[in-house]
Design a binder for this molecule. Structure first.
Ligand code: NDP
Ligand code: MG
Length: 389
């Protein structure tokens, strides 16, 4: 493989920094040409110097101004700002791939622009497919750019499906760790704290996705993500709780046999799979040690413990803008929980009430989805007042 130049949106985050570790391990294959984040510009100074990156974008204009004035970046570094800045980084002429790893939906416009400019996208931000799966997949199809899933479950399925005829696939099975409260008595969930919710048993991830793992809203988003990535209806996508996070997903073949992909719970594996696709090289993360005893468990998810999963499935079945409503309501609910305004169990309650209050429709244009997203946030914030502690 020739050297591949990439840009990273969300470069300061958990996925962004693991991406930099993977690049570090393969200097002859990978090069970083652009980095983008929201506001934490100081975290970009060292990577910019280490990887010789001369274009930076910060979504927050005040942070961009501060970064420019600081003189901390090497002379000649261009420091762009806002969505336009992120979009410019995502479309740099010298890159062929963008890692889309901004939390939430702020990466939508830059990612769509990258796909239209025929840049392959390594997609971590599942929210983009949940919000606008139809438009994101259409943009990739139209330009011929590849959409490669970073999310560990979807990356596993992508690996399992390579070169398999579609007719061989009966069902997809996403594994879920069960999150921080897998073994907490359901009656106690009302009283769990933010610090407890942020302690994921297996994965080290950003705060939003860690809380979404505890509610299983994350797996709900992932069912919708899989529906778009693999063109399989949600009712053929199963979820199973697998506490060890070593089996990253499975496919059920038409004859009833199953195939699985196993690796240790490190995002370096799926990220590297995308960055080097289709080449395979040793990954800079620990290996599974089969000289040690290994127990792999699987149980069906309990709907009473994880009501968000059922709500996401209902939104997937409704289709149209319903998944966007689910996503926006969940983002508001998680933010309220993080701010200490809602108890943990109110996250699902708020999502359910918001889904009932905002009507879904089939969007003809992306603007309709964005309008629904904005409307949902207003409605959810109002409904949250009725559920406040
Ligand atoms: P983090 O919270 O660790 O990082 C978020 C990144 O997004 C930061 O770089 C942050 O910049 C940037 N950001 C936040 N808001 C904006 C904005 N408005 N405009 C531009 N950039 C912004 O998140 P993760 O790395 O955990 O997750 C990123 C995405 O990947 C999410 O969609 C998540 O669901 C998905 N994902 C993550 C996994 C993981 O293991 N972490 C696994 C699978 C999927 P700043 O630092 O300046 O605020
Ligand atoms: Mg995942």
């Amino acid at each position: 493989m020739q050297s591949r130049a990439i840009a990273i949106l969300g470069a300061t985050g958990s996925i962004g920094t693991t991406t930099l570790n993977v690049v570090r391990a393969h200097p002859s294959r990978l090069r970083v040409a652009g980095l983008a984040a929201h506001s934490r510009w100081r975290e970009l100074v060292d990577p910019a110097k280490e990887f010789g990156v001369s274009v930076i974008a910060l979504a927050d204009p005040a942070a961009a101004a501060e970064a420019r004035a600081s003189g901390a970046f090497p002379a000649g570094t261009r420091i762009l700002e806002g969505t336009a800045g992120l979009t410019e980084v995502a479309c740099l002429p010298e890159i062929s791939m963008v890692v889309s790893a901004v939390v939430g939906t702020a990466g939508l416009a830059p990612t769509l622009a990258a796909l239209k400019a025929k840049k392959d996208v390594a997609l971590a931000s599942k929210e983009l497919l949940v919000l606008a799966g139809k438009f994101v997949t259409e943009a990739a199809r139209a330009s011929g750019a590849r959409l490669l899933p970073v999310d560990s479950e979807h990356n596993a399925i992508h690996q399992l499906l390579r070169e398999k005829p579609k007719g061989d696939i009966a069902r997809l099975v996403l594994t879920a760790s069960g999150g921080a409260f897998r073994d907490t008595p359901i009656a106690d969930l009302k009283h769990v704290t933010l610090a407890q919710a942020l302690k994921h048993p297996n994965w080290s991830m950003g705060p939003k996705v860690t809380i979404d793992s505890a509610t299983m809203a994350n797996k709900g988003l992932e069912v919708i993500e899989a529906r778009w990535l693999f063109d399989v209806p949600a009712d053929r996508i199963d979820v199973v709780v697998h506490p060890q996070s070593i089996i990253h997903s499975l496919v059920t073949l038409t004859d009833g046999s199953l195939q699985a992909l196993l690796s240790p719970p490190s995002m370096a594996y799926p990220i590297q799979d995308c960055l080097l696709f289709p080449e395979r090289l040793p990954c800079p993360a620990p290996r599974l040690d089969l000289a040690q005893a290994l127990t792999l468990g699987m149980t069906p998810p309990d709907p009473a413990r994880y009501p968000c999963l059922g709500l996401a499935r209902a939104a997937a079945t409704t289709g149209g803008t319903a998944p966007a409503i689910f996503n926006a309501a969940n983002e508001v609910a998680v933010a309220e929980f993080v701010a200490g305004k809602l108890p943990f169990t109110a996250i699902a309650e708020l999502v359910g009430r918001t889904l009932a209050a905002v009507s879904a429709r089939e969007p003809g244009h992306l603007d309709e989805v964005l309008a629904t997203d904005a409307e949902t946030r207003v409605v959810a914030s109002r409904l949250a007042l009725g559920l406040a502690r």
